[in-house]
Design a protein around this ligand. Sequence first.
Ligand SMILES: [Fe+2]
Length: 342
Amino acid sequence: MRHLPLNEITGEMFLAHSVFGNDGRILLNKGTKLTPSYLKRLGKMGYTHLYVYEKIDEKWDCTGPLSDRIRAEAMHVLWQSLIRVVERKPLNEQQISFVVEGILKEVLQKEDCVFDIIDFKTADNYLYNHSLNVCILSILMGKHFNFTQEELKEIALGAFLHDLGKAYLRSAVKKIQALSLVETAQGKQHTKKGFDILRAITGFPAKVASIAYQHHEREDGSGYPLGLIAVDIPLYSKIVGTADSFDAMISHRPYRKVLWNDQALQELEAESPSKYNPAVVAALRRSVALYPVGSGVLLAGGEERVVVAASATRIILQKPGDPSDLLELPVDALSRIEKRIF
Ligand SMILES: [Fe+2]
């Protein structure tokens, strides 16, 4: 398995993950042979890189902690929720609660699970994948704070819906896709709007709505909307805010360079304790694969390898072009990796 830019993918390769529409429909199935017309279409959709198999029977997985079924359901529920917000209709509380429980169950299933995939968002699906990623990251970080099942559900709900208020600021459904590009003063109102919408859902605890309100607050008071300082920002909001920043850093955005996981972690650490809480950033570091699946690394000694699996305890490296040549490293031996090269 490789993570390749579109122009290096040949018609002999196979898609290693399904491609979803924003409403959760599968547009292309995992295992599809990447003919030139498919590649052209994926390019038009905004994909710059894809995970590919060179042989159809490769076993390595690049879908992260979620199954295709839950990912599709989650995207569909988010899609419907955003439309309801745009249309000023009440959210379907049970539907949201049910799908977030499904996400929670899958993320908690694998004991040594970390966030292990390279981002493949496009401008169109940014908000959908971002909301899901922030939800997964917040659950994994919550585990390190020994949250109860109930607390994990609360933070997962708040993380899943943290940017919902952005939909309120748009009046046309077709514009939903570009919502994440709204970063203006008006965009800042999404925190308050999200809070108001979520507070109206009687079945969700008030803490869930507060996450939408406070996820842009920063330790030194430089955040918004209230400019709260460290002691006044609840832990849930610090966690979701940090996961939010991390996921934005590892995404292709029009206004900033995309960072690799290790670079994004370093940047957050450099802004801690001023902007980000040190214990929260430490929990993030433990929740993220330093070298996600598909990364190319250079071992001390000069050998190149591709990461095909990563967990909290170990990493599996494949020799390019020789799928049977595998090297397993426990995480405390990661110093054998000199650097990431792609
Ligand atoms: Fe936000």
